[in-house]
Design a protein around this ligand. Sequence first.
Ligand SMILES: *[C@@H]1O[C@H](CO)[C@@H](O)[C@H](O)[C@H]1NC(C)=O
Ligand SMILES: *[C@@H]1O[C@H](CO)[C@@H](O)[C@H](O)[C@H]1NC(C)=O
Ligand SMILES: [Zn+2]
Length: 654
Amino acid sequence: MPPPPPLLLLAVLVAAAARPGCEFDGSLAGECHRPPAADSATCVDLQLRTCSDAAYNHTTFPTPLQHRSREAVETSSEYILLSVLHQLLEGQCNPDLRLLGCAVLAPRCEGGRVRRPCRHVCEGLREACQPAFDAIDMAWPYFLDCHRYFKREDEGCYDPLEKLRGGLEADEVLPSGLPPTFIRFSHHSYAQMARVLRRTAARCAHVARTYSIGRSFDGRDLLVIEFSSRPGQHELMEPEVKLIGNIHGNEVAGREMLIYLTQYLCSEYLLGNPRIQRLLNTTRIHLLPSMNPDGYEVAAAEGAGYNGWTSGRQNAQNLDLNRNFPDLTSEYYRLAGTRSVRSDHIPIPEHYWWGKVAPETKAIMKWMQTIPFVLSASLHGGDLVVSYPFDFSKHPQEEKMFSPTPDEKTFKLLSRAYAEVHPMMMDRSENRCGGNFLKRGSIINGADWYSFTGGMSDFNYLHTNCFEITVELGCVKFPPEEALYTIWQHNKESLLNFVETVHRGIKGVVMDKYGKPVKNARILVKGIRHDITTAPDGDYWRLLPPGTHIVIAQAPGYARLIKKVIIPARMKRAGRVDFILQPLGVGPKNFLPGLRRTGPHDPLGGASPLGEGTEPNPDPLRARRQPSAGGSKPWWWSYFTSLSAHRPRWLLKY
Ligand SMILES: *[C@@H]1O[C@H](CO)[C@@H](O)[C@H](O)[C@H]1NC(C)=O
Ligand SMILES: *[C@@H]1O[C@H](CO)[C@@H](O)[C@H](O)[C@H]1NC(C)=O
Ligand SMILES: [Zn+2]
């Protein structure tokens, strides 16, 4: 909204001051429309630090909470709560909740009128955020009572979060006369990136859409663009791929590659490129250009070419997101050699939730739980190589050591699909940078390079059906803008070729004799101790190298079914192998032991595709809470009360 011309604004203020209770609405003098008395007010500058990012500049006193001055607001316990909410809720629901609170503590004043925030926004947030309050045993703050302090749309409310949404929806006019494949090979700020994704999804609406998988610690949406013939839906037997960029905030080439790829896929699809059409018709592709948008801001502030090796690598909590995932590799090694060892669907250990889990990490884990991903790549920078799991070494002193997964052959095939068509990765001259990986074909087992725990790729492999590789796109983490076009030229074919490998191996449906899908059935391959499970529709995908394989499907209550499959060396489409399972006589004896492999509970909430029979879901934050002896206060009470003399008993539930 453009600001009113200064003269008019002055007139408004004078009028409001001169005729309290009489709304100035620009009509001829003498007429006075009487608004409800509570709505007319004297507007003053909004000067609260905690609310400085609100979508408006003017407020008024007294506030709905009867504070009569800025000082009164600043020393109130309600205001102090807003200023620490971010820490208390570990970034969850913020900045939304804070802005909602500001809308009450510093009511919007415009043209001599108070404007109230919308009830539906409050209700939406309350529904989304109540669990975060419950998790720390805090009552919903009374001043966020959606009925008391908020208004309905027909009462002229405004959206206190409009700025969060508005920034992303604003459109940018394309330079006219440019071909539809126009891609701007520049760095993209967060707002520019969001704009490109949204605009591309709008241009290719029948094959694309954007969605957010959650927010970063500082409240930025983790925006994904999805390409598929039916956006928003999983289709039977259509494999799903994800590409993730910028997990390290200062490694920005991957972020740009995915922004360019977004535009390339849309344009080429529209232009009728048969390869891209076939790809999008048969594959569901999800691109998350920036997993760490907060870190990116830190790195971008230093600028291309000047960025140090590590500024902005971490998220806003100073967590390295690629060290923040549950370390299941240790669990795997611990059990290695025992008869029951398996390298799939290992549950997340309880103690993981006692540590700091970044909201970005949580968002990814939840995403992986809701979509049956088959294949993934995480794009990094700082070297020129493709690495694959395990990243954590099996060496007892954690020294670097070749530490293959049972799917070593498949991972090599996937990594080569990227490296072998990358001109720099294959370059024999002195041009290439980084460690010399050329003699290995520019691919390497992660632990053989260097070992680390808590990585995303190991977690993908050990907890879900997804195979993830790590791509180091080049030696410069934050390349200068002039280099971006060349980097795109080098990686475009690699990205496409890699995504196409999701169609290697076999896929199919597991059903019972009535044709009913069997979900969570296991697909075993003889000689590879890593099972794949079926998705809710009974469909599965098993990436496999060429050769002869014995494949077994099994599910509780059914007889095992064994098939022999031969995968030819040059196979472009996954072979279809369905299984129709015959029931065993019912009875608990027939249930295979060890099939329930989900953790005792599911702190990410939401339906887990892994394993039925989920038990009650306490939140991870619960685990962190000190067990409180009878009558004692929750842990945040002393934190809160140390900040002020107030004792906001209204935050206590009991
Ligand atoms: C608030 O004031 C600043 C500085 O005067 C101005 O740039 C900004 O546009 C104003 N915002 C609104 C919403 O009026
Ligand atoms: C992809 O799907 C579209 C829409 O159904 C169709 O027009 C097009 O011919 C298909 N292209 C290929 C190569 O499969
Ligand atoms: Zn990295």
